[in-house]
Design a protein around this ligand. Structure first.
Ligand SMILES: *[C@@H]1O[C@H](CO)[C@@H](O)[C@H](O)[C@H]1NC(C)=O
Ligand SMILES: *[C@@H]1O[C@H](CO)[C@@H](O)[C@H](O)[C@H]1NC(C)=O
Ligand SMILES: *[C@@H]1O[C@H](CO)[C@@H](O)[C@H](O)[C@H]1NC(C)=O
Length: 412
C-alpha cells in the first residue's frame, strides 16, 4: 500500500480535483441513537467525495480532512461500503473495493488545503508494527460489508484528545479509497489482482521501472491506470462512466474514565526481517502465490502458506482481532511465542450476484472477541502470523494481515 507521505508530486490537476470533490462531500441525514444498551452511543453516516469510474479504470485517491465525528471520543465501530449516486450498494463485480484506509493526522490549524503541501502534516500512526506501510486505524477491502468492527465494552479507540496534537495543530482524518471498475474487463480476477500484463504498464506511479519479476500488485494498478477490456465493450465506455461513494458509518461515545483505551496493531505475513535476524520490520504488505506443481496437484495439495514473526511492543489483553485476505484466501491465524492460538480469521465467500454476496469474492472475515482476560500477549512477545491461500491458480498482490486491539496497561 503506498503512503501519502512520499507522494509529494501530486499534479495540480489532481489537487484541484480532490478539492472539488471534497467540497462536494456531505453528511447524510442521520441522528444519534442508542444501541446495545448504550444511551450515549452516537452514530453518524457520511459519504466520501465522489469517485469517478469508467469500465476498467482504477481510482486510488487520498481524501484529506474528511467528515468525521469531532471532540474527544471513543470510537466503537467503523463500517463502510460502496454505493452509487442513489445510495444503492454497488456489487464488487462492478466496483471492486481493493481497499479503503482511514487514519488521523495532525495539520496546522490554519491549513486549508493540506493536500497541496503534504510536508506540513504529521501522521498519527497506529501502535505498530509496520510503521509507514500500515499505519491506518481502520482498513478493509472487499470484505467490508460483513466484517464486524465493533470494539467491545468497556474498550474504545481513543480519538480527538485535545492534548494530543503539537502546538498549533489539530487532528483531522484521511481516507484512502482504492477501487477498480471491472465492468467489461477481459479478466475480472486478473484486474482485481492488479496483474501487470493486464494494465499494460512498464513504470509505477513514481516512474520507477517495474521489473520482470513483479507480476502484479499495487505498483501496476495505481490511480488512473486502466485494466484490459473486452474489445466489443470499448465503444460504450464513455456512457458507462459513473460516480460511486464510500458510505461510512461511525459509532462512538464521548471519552470518559469509563472507557478503557486500546492499542491498534497490524501484523503482516510478508515480514521476513525477524526470521532473517534483522530487527527493523520489512512489511511488503503484498505477496504472490505461485500455481502449484503438477505433482502437488496430483496429490490434491494446492495450498500456499505464508508465515512471519513480528514483535508486539506492548502486551495486554486482546479484545478484538481480525485477518485480511484477498480472493483465494483460506484463512489466517495469529499465534503467541509458544505457538498458542490467539485468533483464527476465516474468509466468507459470496455465492450470488447481489452486493454483499458476490460469488468468487471474499465478502467477510470472521473476527475474534476473546472474553477479557482470557487471551493476552506479553510486552515484546514474538507473534507468528500465518496466511493460507489456495494455489490452484496463481495469485498476485495478495495479502495476509492481522489486525488486533490490545487493552492498554500501565507502564511496568
Ligand atoms: C511546504 O511546507 C513546508 C513546511 O511548512 C515548507 O517548508 C515548504 O516551503 C512548503 N512548500 C511549498 C511548495 O509550499
Ligand atoms: C500499451 O502501452 C503502449 C505504450 O504505452 C501503447 O503503445 C499500446 O497501445 C498499449 N497497448 C494496449 C493494448 O493498450
Ligand atoms: C493453514 O495451513 C496449515 C498447514 O496446512 C494448517 O495447519 C492451518 O490449520 C491452516 N490455518 C488456517 C487458519 O487455515
Amino acid at each position: 500500500m503506498s503512503t501519502y507521505g512520499n507522494k509529494t508530486k501530486m499534479s495540480p490537476l489532481l489537487v484541484l480535483l480532490v478539492a472539488l470533490l471534497l467540497s462536494a462531500s456531505g453528511t447524510l441525514p442521520s441522528e444519534a441513537h442508542s444501541a446495545r444498551g448504550h444511551h450515549a452511543l452516537k452514530s453518524k453516516t457520511f459519504l466520501s467525495p465522489a469517485i469517478l469510474l469508467r469500465p476498467g479504470s482504477v481510482s486510488n485517491k487520498y481524501y484529506f480532512d474528511i467528515a468525521f465525528p469531532r471532540g474527544h471520543i471513543a470510537l466503537k465501530s467503523f463500517n463502510g461500503e460502496v454505493v452509487d449516486e442513489r445510495g444503492v450498494p454497488v456489487p464488487l463485480h462492478e466496483a471492486y473495493l481493493h481497499h479503503w484506509l482511514v487514519e488521523p493526522y495532525y495539520a496546522p490549524k490554519d491549513a486549508a488545503d493540506e493536500a497541496k503541501n503534504l510536508s506540513k502534516i504529521i501522521p498519527d500512526r497506529n501502535s505498530g508494527v509496520c510503521r509507514d506501510t500500515l499505519r491506518q486505524y481502520y482498513g478493509l477491502g472487499s470484505e467490508t460489508r460483513h466484517t464486524a468492527t465493533w470494539v467491545p465494552d468497556p474498550y474504545g479507540v481513543e480519538a480527538g484528545d485535545p492534548a494530543a496534537p503539537p502546538e498549533g495543530y489539530e487532528e483531522r482524518w484521511l481516507l484512502n479509497v482504492h477501487a477498480i471498475d471491472t465492468r467489461g474487463v477481459a479478466d475480472r480476477l486478473g484486474c482485481t489482482e492488479c496483474r501487470c500484463d493486464l494494465y499494460n504498464v512498464t513504470v509505477d506511479e513514481d516512474g520507477r521501472r517495474i521489473g520482470k519479476g513483479y507480476a502484479g500488485g499495487l505498483r501496476c494498478c495505481y490511480d488512473q491506470t486502466r485494466c484490459k477490456a473486452v474489445k466489443e465493450r470499448l465503444g460504450h465506455v464513455d456512457v458507462m462512466t459513473r460516480k460511486v461513494f464510500l458510505r461510512y458509518t461511525v459509532t462512538w461515545l464521548h471519552w470518559s474514565s469509563k472507557v478503557l483505551p486500546v492499542e491498534i496493531y497490524i501484523f503482516d505475513a510478508t515480514d521476513k526481517a525477524l526470521l532473517q535476524g534483522k530487527s527493523e520490520p520489512a512489511c511488503h504488505v503484498e505477496y504472490q502465490v505461485e500455481e502449484c506443481s503438477p505433482e502437488k496437484r496430483a496429490k490434491n495439495d494446492c495450498f500456499h502458506v505464508q508465515m512471519a514473526k513480528q514483535v508486539v511492543p506492548r502486551g495486554g489483553d486482546i479484545v478484538y482481532a481480525s485477518g485480511h485476505q484477498h480472493a483465494g484466501g483460506l484463512g489466517t491465524s495469529l499465534h503467541g511465542e509458544d505457538g498458542r492460538l490467539l485468533c483464527e480469521s476465516i474468509p466468507t465467500y459470496g455465492e450470488g450476484q447481489e452486493a454483499g454476496n458476490e460469488a468468487g469474492y471474499i465478502v467477510g472475515m470472521s473476527t475474534c472477541y476473546p472474553k477479557p482476560g482470557t487471551v493476552a500477549v506479553r510486552d515484546g512477545e514474538v507473534l507468528t502470523v500465518v496466511s493460507n491461500y489456495s494455489s490452484e491458480q496463481r495469485h498476485t498482490g495478495v495479502m495476509g494481515l492481522f489486525y488486533i486491539l490490545v487493552a492498554k496497561h500501565g507502564q511496568q
